[in-house]
Structures are given as structure tokens and as C-alpha cells.
Design a binder for this molecule. Structure first.
Ligand code: FES
Length: 168
């Protein structure tokens, strides 16, 4: 596994076929910018820069308007994301129970920091606010799976588990 953060994907490596199909579907509908961007995010896992230029051109909107929407809504991502999104809660209860140590251990093991993605696109790491299960602090999640009472040993077990999962 590569431990370097993911780099930007060169523009020429983005296939715009799917983006064009999504735009075709909504082209004549009013208020089409949001559904188009959502469709692109679902298809690519993020909103690649070349698709923003394409949407701007085909929907006749300024790229700055599109960036405004993308940065306003947390659901949109401008960089590729990992297949497995690891979230560690740094809310008060988790902080008191040692969330910092858990976070640092993930950073050390994965070679990435907050809001970064491993180069092989397996993992994205995010610190998050209270996940609403403070009784299980410190808490981590990997996609929809919850891991309570986290320890350094559990960090290693989690990484072993998800390293063994197929990428497809
Ligand atoms: S503070 Fe972590 S789940 Fe509430």
C-alpha cells in the first residue's frame, strides 16, 4: 500500500463521457445545476476539474458560480476520495477518552492527515465532531461501520480488516 497522499488526477485522464450523458439528461430542465453536479459526484466519486469546465460551458454558467455551489455544500468533493472513509470523532467525550491518540495512530499508520486520501485511493481520513454515541467513546467509523471504545490495537485491527477488502 502506498502511504503518500493522493495527487491531483491529470485532466486528460478524466473521461468526460459520463459527465456529458448526465448533462444531456438535465440540459433543458430548469434548476439543473444541482442535479448535474450531484450526478457527476455520484459517477466519479468527486467533482473533477474538467467536468466543472464542461458543465460551465454546456449549461452556460460561470465556473466561479459552480465553485460557489461546490464549496458551499459539504456533500461535494473536489478531490478524489478513498473507498473507505475513516472518521474519528474528536467531540468532547471522545477527546476526553483519548481521541487524539487514536487520530495520531491512524495518521502514522496511513501516512495521511485530516481530509487526505491515500495515493492508492483506499482510505480518506476525517476528524469529525460528535457522532452521537458518546457512551462508546472514543469512537471511529469506517464508511457505515461503527467502532467504539477505540484503542491503538483496534486501529491496527481496522486497518488490517480494510486492507484485506477488495477495491472493486
Ligand atoms: S463526542 Fe464522540 S461520539 Fe460524542
Amino acid at each position: 500500500m502506498s502511504n503518500a497522499p493522493a495527487e491531483e488526477i491529470p485532466a486528460e485522464e478524466i473521461d468526460l463521457t459520463e459527465a456529458n450523458e448526465i448533462i444531456d439528461k438535465y440540459l433543458t430542465l430548469p434548476g439543473n445545476l444541482m442535479p448535474v453536479l450531484q450526478g457527476i459526484q455520484d459517477a466519479y466519486g468527486f467533482v473533477p476539474k474538467p467536468t466543472i469546465d464542461l458543465v460551465a460551458e454546456r449549461l452556460n454558467v460561470y465556473p466561479s458560480q459552480i465553485y460557489g455551489v461546490l464549496t458551499f455544500y459539504a456533500q461535494f468533493h473536489l478531490k478524489p476520495r478513498g473507498k473507505f472513509i475513516i472518521r474519528v470523532c474528536v467531540g468532547t467525550a471522545c477527546h476526553v477518552q483519548g481521541a487524539e491518540r487514536i487520530t495520531e495512530t491512524f495518521f502514522g499508520r496511513l501516512g495521511i492527515g485530516h481530509a487526505e486520501t491515500t495515493e492508492d485511493l483506499r482510505y480518506t481520513f476525517e476528524k469529525v465532531a460528535c457522532l452521537g454515541a458518546c457512551g462508546m467513546a472514543p469512537l471511529a467509523m469506517v464508511n457505515d461501520d461503527t467502532y467504539g471504545k477505540m484503542t491503538v490495537q483496534k486501529v491496527d485491527e481496522i486497518i488490517e480488516t480494510y486492507n484485506a477488502r477488495p477495491m472493486k
